[in-house]
Design a protein. Sequence first.
Length: 97
Amino acid sequence: MTSRTITCHQEWTLQPDREPDAEPTTYAMQCAVGGETSPPGTDFADPQSWVFTHGGRNPSHHTYREIITRPWRTWWKPGTAVLPPGPPGPPATPDHC
């Protein structure tokens, strides 16, 4: 019996996950001076309010970073399988990928 390897090359798609069951996008702020980070939240106004509280307690801290965590999803584009020619035998199909 002869064995063979099937290699499939697929074209992928990547986009933000907007499916109903996707994780929520979250926002946080990080102090660039001391490294402290606000709690993440789904409303960007909450981390921004944290900046004012943190800055009030640390008057020399003027620089911050916004941290956005956004879910993404990927999948194979239908009909993009490219199969290299193989040895004689049963034909390879994208269904085997």
